[in-house]
Design a protein around this ligand. Structure first.
Ligand code: ADP
Ligand code: MG
Length: 294
């Protein structure tokens, strides 16, 4: 037992090792992943950011073993998932992918049946599947009335939650969410992000939240990985990443508005700390500097 625990601490949950992927289409060949490497530790919350076309979804589909790299591999708990003998069907239960516009994944007559499908397909008993479905539907914040509704009658935000519940019901060790807030109004986005950030407290599940908006992930991520043209260009804590505001802008990415204000104040000669991610800290810091001047 001791040995196992020590082993868990040493090996990262997942290692992406020099992934290269190309889409072949007609005369053009697009290198969507260009030598991408990183680690994901147990319980980590990672923001994966990049402009449209930077390779985020391609990477997500590798994490879930839907796409096979041209070269490089992914180690999950120390085992290469692209080895011939590796059980990738089982793996997809360990690493759950919530696709962009996940409502297209909903299909059953009721939300409850939809969420039961994954566990049943995994071979657990009907009773256990129902128990798990009940728990996960609650966990994503859907009300009791939604249980026996058709998933197609739900609101946009509720459909997203139902789809996330379907993936969570597989009890993944890593949850990958591909632009889960796309197309929602600001209030719906805020609510959904809040729910997702709450999943972070769940035991030791790791989360990769994909977005093209820094604002979305800045508050929640332990680490941010930035993709540009198929390459991973930054991989660090949010504050460290945002210190590269100029480079990010060139990639079509903006730092969060509050961080941007602090950077501008600094440019104007105010001696403010620019590593700030929320409005309250910004206000405190501005007051501190004004106080120093008085
Ligand atoms: P993102 O999710 O960051 O918007 P994608 O991974 O979808 O980026 O795309 C990365 C690159 O691969 C883009 O240049 C895109 O046009 C190209 N691409 C994505 N899917 C396909 C496909 N099915 N066939 C050909 N090229 C594709
Ligand atoms: Mg995408």
């Amino acid at each position: 037992m001791m040995d196992n625990e020590n082993k868990d601490k040493r090996i990262p949950l997942l290692i992406a090792d020099h992934l290269i992927y190309e889409y072949e289409g007609g005369a053009d060949r697009v290198r969507a992943l260009d030598d991408v490497s990183f680690k994901i530790e147990k319980g980590e919350f990672i923001g994966l950011i990049g402009h449209t076309g930077s390779g985020k979804s391609t990477l997500a589909e590798h994490l879930n073993a839907l796409l096979t790299p041209k070269s490089g591999t992914i180690y999950f708990n120390g085992e290469s998932i692209f080895e011939k003998k590796y059980d990738r069907k089982r793996y997809r239960g360990h690493v759950g992918l919530v696709f962009q516009y996940p409502e297209h994944q909903l299909f059953a007559d009721t939300v409850f049946e939809d969420v039961c499908y994954g566990p049943l397909n995994n071979g657990v008993s009907r009773k256990q599947a129902e128990l798990t479905a009940y728990e996960t539907i609650k966990k994503v914040g859907l009300s009791d009335e939604c249980f026996y509704q058709s998933p197609f009658d739900l609101s946009g935000g509720q459909k997203r939650r139902a789809a996330i519940a379907g993936v969570l019901a597989m009890k993944p060790e890593l949850l990958v969410l591909d632009e889960p807030t796309a197309g929602l109004d600001p209030a719906g986005r805020e609510e959904l992000l809040h729910m997702i950030s709450g999943l972070k407290d769940e035991k030791s599940m790791s989360i990769v939240l994909i977005s093209h908006s820094m604002e979305d992930v800045a508050r929640y991520a332990d680490r941010i990985m930035v993709m540009d043209k198929g390459k991973k260009v930054f991989d660090a804590e949010p504050i460290e990443v945002f210190s590269h505001a100029k480079e990010l802008e060139e990639m079509g990415l903006a730092v969060p508005a509050v961080t941007s204000v602090m950077l501008k104040l600094k440019e104007k000669g105010f001696d403010v700390n620019t590593g700030i991610l929320n409005v309250k800290d910004a206000a405190d810091e501005i007051m501190r500097v004004l106080g120093d001047k008085a």
